[in-house]
Ligand binder design. Structure first.
Ligand code: ARG
Length: 391
């Protein structure tokens, strides 16, 4: 029988999808689950997939690859969609697409399937990713094809097919989480005037309930890579997880956005990304110390483009690859230490230093020991303003 590899989360949608694909396409279903930071129990997940009718289940922990090949390039690129969103979900999708394709090829499957809806960005990221990597694979998107009109109808279907669905009181929100952050939408958040309620958030405490006394964190970078937290050497995944924990306790990294989706609608989403916000600020601050004005200003334009490519699902593309090369070029200079203060929702600079610093105190100082050539200023201004002198 022909096979499909389904990106399986273990939730209601993809559990129904296992049975639905079997019924409607007559395919053997192989489930594939990637762990990138949403805590899940592998044993439970496997059991549930099999109980839904899957022939086989592949579960892989991809956190290290996610950190090294997706998060780190985005950190180096200072990627923020529409100046805010640090792209946690957007970065996870091409990774999932890549492994979905790899499993499909290993399984000699003709099809892949996913649980994204017709209204979101994620369908684009997964499907464009899959098609870029293997255009021969056919894609099934049950949520775009089946006729269930509501969650209740889906639950009815699951019951009628004997699927092991725990019908818990569903959170009103749609949530997507990984180690780079969480995205929360729907429920009362659909009204842009409505303030998020306390229980909308899951990684951070409200800033006003964070400890009164601030916490200091020191991040050491080696060639652009955060390698130590408060003096302790850590693999990137652990460093991110630790920063999520401390940042969460101090209420940092929250964001409430109206964003422009790829599919043409504006949506309201709240984000929590404590580690991402801290690391982004630290990396930007260190770069400001070690790179020159023209490079930094030009990079800003490319950062915006980079974020758009990630958001638009264009990860495996020539422009994205070329921009990576640009972003990498001077990372060797981004070595040094950044000290930050976390204070009730704020990330505050406390100090930075680098062996590659371009900051020269003797040029900058307003006190004794100034070596700046004051006599050069007049000539400079004369020529700088020359084109604009009124005739
Ligand atoms: N709007 C974000 C993006 O397109 C996050 C979407 C994640 N989904 C969710 N259920 N909140 O990348």
């Amino acid at each position: 029988m022909s096979k499909v590899v389904l990106a399986y989360s273990g939730g209601l949608d993809t559990s129904c999808a296992v049975a639905w694909i079997k019924e409607n396409y007559g395919l053997d279903v192989v489930c594939f689950s990637a762990f990138i930071g949403e805590v899940k129990n592998a044993l439970e997940l496997r059991k549930r997939a099999i109980a839904c009718g899957a022939k086989k289940v592949h579960i892989v922990d991809l956190k290290s690859e996610f950190a090294r090949d997706f998060i780190l390039p985005a950190l180096h690129a200072h990627a923020k969609y529409e100046d805010g969103y640090l792209l946690a979900t957007s970065l996870g999708r091409p990774l999932i697409a890549k492994h979905l394709v790899a499993v499909a090829q290993r399984e000699k499957a003709e099809y892949v399937a996913h649980g994204c809806t017709a209204k979101g960005n994620d369908q684009v990221r997964i499907e464009v990713g899959v098609r870029t990597l293997d255009p021969n694979l056919k894609i099934i998107a049950p949520l775009k094809e089946w006729s269930f009109k509501s969650r209740e109808e889906e639950i009815e279907y699951a019951k009628s097919r004997g699927l092991p669905i725990k019908v818990t009181k569903k959170s009103p929100y749609s949530i997507d989480k990984n180690i780079w952050g969480v995205a929360i939408e729907a429920g009362h958040l659909e009204d842009p005037w409505a303030e998020p309620s306390a229980e909308s958030y899951m990684m951070t405490v409200p800033p006003e309930r964070a400890p009164k006394r601030p916490a200091y964190v020191q991040i050491d970078f080696s060639k652009g890579v955060p390698v130590r937290l408060n003096g302790r050497a850590l693999p990137l995944v652990s460093l991110i997880e630790k920063l999520n924990a401390v940042g969460g306790r101090y209420g940092v990294g929250r964001l409430d956005m109206i964003e422009n989706r790829l599919v043409g609608i504006k949506s309201r989403e709240i984000y929590e990304a404590p580690a991402a916000a801290i690391l982004m600020y630290a990396h930007e601050s260190l770069e400001a110390l070690v790179l020159d004005r023209e490079y930094l200003h030009y990079k800003k334009l490319l950062s915006q483009k980079y974020a758009e490519l990630v958001y638009y699902g264009l990860w495996f593309t020539p422009l994205k690859e070329a921009l990576d090369a640009f972003m990498q070029k001077h990372q060797w200079r981004v070595t040094g230490n950044v000290r930050l203060k976390l204070d009730r929702g704020n990330i505050i600079m406390a100090g930075r230093k680098s062996p590659h610093s371009l900051y020269e105190e003797k040029l900058a100082t307003y006190s004794k020991g100034d070596t700046f050539d004051h006599t050069a200023a007049n000539g400079f201004i004369k020529l700088w303003g020359l084109p604009y002198e009124k005739k």
